[in-house]
Ligand binder design. Sequence first.
Ligand code: MOS
Length: 757
Amino acid sequence: MADSMTQPSRNRASTGDDRPIGQPIDRVDGPLKVAGRATYAYEQTLGGTPAYGYIRGAAIARGRIAAIDTSAAERAPGVLFVMTHRNAPAQTAFGPSVTPTVPEAFTRARPMLANDRVRYYDEPVALVVAETFEAARAAADLIEVRYARESGVFDLHTHLDDAYAPIRTNAGFETDSAVGDFMGAFSRAAVKVDATYRTPYEHHNPMEPHATLAVWSGDEVTIHTSAQTLANYQAGLANTLGMPPERVRIVSPFIGGGFGSKLIVHADTVLAALAARVLARPVKIALTRQQMFANAGYRAEMIQQVRLGADPDGRLIAMGHDVHSATSRFEEFCEQTAVFARSLYAAPNRLTRHRLVGVDLNRGEWMRSPGEAPGMLAFECAMDELAERLGLDPIELRIRNEPSEDPERGVPFSTRNLVDCMREGARRFGWERRNPQPGCIREGRQLIGYGMAAAIRPNYIGATTARVAIDADGQVTAQLDMTDIGTGTYTILTQIAAESLGVPLSAVTVELGDSRFPRTSGSGGSWGAASTGSAIHRACAALKTRILEAARSNESSPLYGMDLAEASFVGGEVLVGERSENLADLIRRIAPEGIDAEGTVASVRETESYAAYSQHSYGAHFAEVAVDCDTGEIRMRRMLAVIGAGRILNAKTARSQILGGMTWGIGAALMEESVLDSRHGHFVNHDLAEYHVPVNGDVQDMQAVFLEEHDDKANPLGAKGLGELGVCGAGAAIANAVYNATGVRVREFPVTLDKLL
Ligand code: MOS
C-alpha cells in the first residue's frame, strides 16, 4: 500500500477499465448536462415556492444615500418585501478597510445594505422581493434614491504618485524581491529592453451568473448557489450573519464556470439568506450579467515596466519587473503579477516589485491565473523584444537563460521541462518557417506572423479530506465538498477511485458540492485535481487497508489469517498470491453494512517538499496570426501549447482545460477590456455585446500536447495543476505573432486593429 501510484497508463498494453487514470474518459456528468438534468442553483425548486429578489444598485460610485423612498415599490403588484439599509437585519460589520490576511479575504463578513454609504458604482442599495422575478425587477425601478455624491478616485494613471506597497501579494508572496544589484547591472548591460505595458480591467463572465436559493429551516439555512469553494461560502456567510458555520449548509453540485469569481460570497447569497429569513420563505436571487461587472470581482488595470539587460550572447545579467495595479480603497487585492518572474529565467541581478493605487471600485478578485496571466502577457513580450534586439531566436534566448535551480530561492526544481516543451513545440509547429524579420510574409492581403512564449505557474495543493465507502454490492461512493466548475472533477475522481480500488468506473459514484461532505480546498488556483485526487487516492488506500485487516481477522473470509502485505485490488477482485476473492463477496462477508475510510492531504506550504523544491508546471505557446494589411483585422490561424504538468489524469479533460486557457489568451491579447468611465467609476461596456470574448469562430486550429512526467515531489499522484497554465503566456505568443506579422509592437492590451494602423 505504498503512497505512490503506478506510472502513466497510456503506454501500457492494457487499455481496459483497470487502468483508467490518464485515459480520455468522457465526462461522467456529461449526459446529465446535455439532457438538462443537471440542476443549477437558480433552477432549484427545493423548500417550497420561492420568492424572487431583484437588486437595485447605486447610481453613484462614492457618497451617501441621502434619502430613499420605497413606498411605490412596496405598493407594486406581487411585492412582498423591500429591504434597504433602514430595515436590513443586523449583520457583522465589514471590518477595517486595511488588507485582511489572505485567508480572511476568503471568509470575512461581507454585509449588504449595512448602512447609507456607497463605496462603488452599482453597489446594492435596495432589494425587492416579489412573487416573480419580473414583478421584483419592475418594482425595483420604482424606488427613488437621492444621493449625496462625493468625488472619487478612478484613474490609475493620474494617481501613480499615490502608489503604495502592500504588505503581501495575493497568495502570501513578498511584495518585493531583490537579488544582486539590478540598477547597476542594468545600466551596464550591452543590450537592453525597457518597456512599459498596460493591461486593462477585465471581468470573468462565466456562463452561469451568480445565483442563490436560500431556504431556512429553524435556525439553519441551506444555500443552493454557484460556488467554487464551499468552505469559503460557508464561513463567509456565517461570519456575515453572525451564526455558527455548522448551521450554514452550502450546496453546489453543478456550476456553470467560475474563473475565480465564485471563491467568496457575493450580494446574491447574503441578500437571499437575509430575505428568506425575514419572509420565512425560500428566496432566489441572481445577479444579472450587467450587475456582475460591479458585484462579482474583476482583474484590475495594471501598468508593468519590464527591464531586461543582456550581454551580447543573450545571457540576462539584469531582470526587473515592476507592477502598478489599481485596487479597491476599502478592500485591497494585490495580484502576484511579478512573482512568476522570480522563478522563470536565470539572471544574477534581479528586482520585482508590486505597488498599488487605491480607487473607488469594489474589491478586485482572483481571476483566472491571477498574477501570471497579466504578468506573462507583459514579460514574455519583453523577452520577444530582447530576442529581436540581440538578433537571437526567441526560443534560443530562453534556452540560454534556463536556470539550473530556482534563481531566487536557490532550491532545485521538482521537475521542469520548459526547454523540452519549447523544442517539441518548435518541431510540431514548424517554427523554422518563421521569418525573424517582421512584416515579410504575405499571402494576398494577409500579413502572416509567428510568435511564441513560455509558460510557468506555481503548483499548489490545498488542505483536503475525502471519504470513500464501499457497500456490500461492491458499489463505491466518494464524498467531498469539492466542486466541478466544468473542469471534469467528477470524472477524474471517478477514475482515481476506480483504479485505486480495482473496480470498474461504473461501480464508482462521486458526490460533490455539499458542505456536509468532508472539507476540501475547492476549485481554484488549479489545485483542485491534484488536491482532491490525492485525498481520494489516500482514502482508497486507507479503505483497502481496512478491508484487508477485516478480511484477515474474519474467520469466514477466505483470506483469514493470510499475509496480506502483497494483496492487490484488480478487476473487482482482491488478489493474494494465487488466491483471489471477489471484492463484493468479501465485503458482504466481512462488513455487510459497508466500510469506509478517509484520506487527507495537507496544504502544500505545510509540506517539506515545498520548502525543499521549486514546484511549477510549464509550457510553451505558439501562435500564427494573419493581419489584414488594409484594415488591421487580426485573425488567429493556429495555436499550439506543449504542456509539462506532471502526470495527466484524464487526457480529454486536461486538453479541454488547456484549450480553454488558450482561448482566454486570445481574449487577453486581442479582445477583453472593461472600460472604466473615470468620471463616474462605472464600467460602461458591462455586457457581452460590448465586452468581447472569443467565440468559436475566433479560435480556429488549436492544439494542446502534453509532455508527461511523474512529479513525485508534488503529491502522491505525480500530477500538477494545469487549468490556469493554458492562459499563462498564451496571449504573449499571440501579441508576439502580431508583431512578427506587422512590425508594430503594441504594448497596450488588448491589441485591437486601431492600434495597428
Ligand atoms: Mo482561480 S482565479 O483561483 O478560481
